[in-house]
Design a protein around this ligand. Structure first.
Ligand code: PMV
Length: 341
């Protein structure tokens, strides 16, 4: 019988978005993406796993609800980890023959465009890797669960290299800078709606690849320069360049969602109001002090520096007086750089 292994993994928020796959099964992206991994103090996934001879079939519990293990991506992650463990002889054959029980909880809205699958799969893969005692680059395996999960394996600022190999061996994440590099950076998350999104990112991006002409332009012309420039902005701690690229990339991503047929509409009137407020605030200050970015949902992630937090929070509370749904986040704790085990 195995001990129970429990792992906590953070959310990451992309500043250069991943949108579109060149291989659906292996989850290989069309373009590189860049994100910041948030600290685990408020938003994280927590997963416990164990393997036992008396578990009759593999089981998964998500936020307390018994869910189906039929999910292909989930099975791919487990199969891959067991294959590595068999190869590395890290556990006995008997242990490998036992079924697993997985219990995972998110302490924030699931599937509401707040990168829950990124934290969830990074956490699951880190927990299974620990259970089966494997030594391997787990970002590649997390990617097989949810593309963006490969970035949650590292702290600080992270780049997912799209790679060129058909087997995905070079489609991995690497750290651009650790979280101690830009200590003043904060992320303010404004929960516009905590309901499940109506079009999953997986479905949305498949439709975009099939129908959006803009997507081809983005992949070939916009993203390569943006990735290079934002990595430089991160290294130089140049907030205004970082912020401008972040907002432009979010806008382009949502333009592609609208260019998809039928369109994927993720942002709401409130999301657009937030965009307007941020631009007005930056204009009044004569400087880019805040950047917004929106994933496949209406919720806003604002990047800003610590010194501007109280000013921006007062503004948000003034504009949306009934709301209390905001979190202030720093970047992931510097000491681990890996999923917090
Ligand atoms: O990893 P997925 O399938 O949840 O897709 C994530 C897509 C975006 O959140 C919109 C962008 C990104 O890079 O995280």
């Amino acid at each position: 019988m195995s001990d129970i292994v429990t792992v906590i993994a953070p959310v990451n928020i992309a500043v250069i978005k991943y949108w579109g796959k060149r291989d659906e099964k292996l989850i290989l992206p069309l373009n590189d993406s860049v994100s910041a991994t948030l600290d685990t103090s408020v938003m994280c996934a927590k997963t416990s796993v164990c393997a036992r001879p008396d578990i009759l079939e593999n089981e998964i519990w998500l936020n307390g609800v018994h869910s189906s293990f039929c999910n292909q991506r989930l099975q791919n992650c487990l199969t891959e980890i067991k294959a590595i463990a068999r190869n590395q002889k890290s556990v006995t054959d008997e242990f490998l023959s036992w079924n697993v029980r997985i219990c995972s909880v998110n302490n924030f809205p699931t599937a509401a465009g707040l990168a829950s699958s990124a934290a969830g799969y990074a956490c699951l893969v880190a927990a299974l890797a620990k259970l089966y005692k494997i030594q391997s680059d787990i970002s590649k395996i997390a990617r097989m669960g949810s593309g963006s999960a490969c970035r949650s394996v590292y702290g600080g600022f992270v780049r997912w290299h799209a790679g060129v190999n058909p087997d995905g061996s070079d489609s991995i994440a690497s750290q651009v800078a650790d979280s101690s590099h830009w200590k003043e950076m904060r992320v303010l998350i404004l929960v516009v709606a905590d309901t499940k999104k109506h079009i999953s990112s997986s479905k949305g991006m498949t439709c975009s690849v099939e129908t959006s002409e803009l997507l081809k332009y983005r992949v070939e012309h916009s993203v390569p320069k943006r990735v290079k420039d934002i990595c430089e902005a991160i290294k130089d701690r140049n907030f205004s360049n970082f912020a401008e690229i972040t907002m432009k990339d979010s806008n382009q991503f949502h333009a592609i969602c609208l260019d998809t047929y039928p369109p994927c509409v993720y942002m709401t009137d409130v999301s657009h109001k937030i965009v307007e407020i941020v631009h007005k605030y930056n204009e009044i200050n004569g400087d880019v002090k805040v950047a917004y970015t929106f994933d496949a949902g209406p919720n806003a992630c604002l990047y800003l520096l610590e010194k501007d937090i109280s000013d921006v929070l007062s503004l948000i509370r003034h504009m949306f007086p009934t709301s209390s749904n905001e979190f202030v986040k720093g970047l992931d704790a510097p000491e681990t750089n890996k999923t917090d085990v």
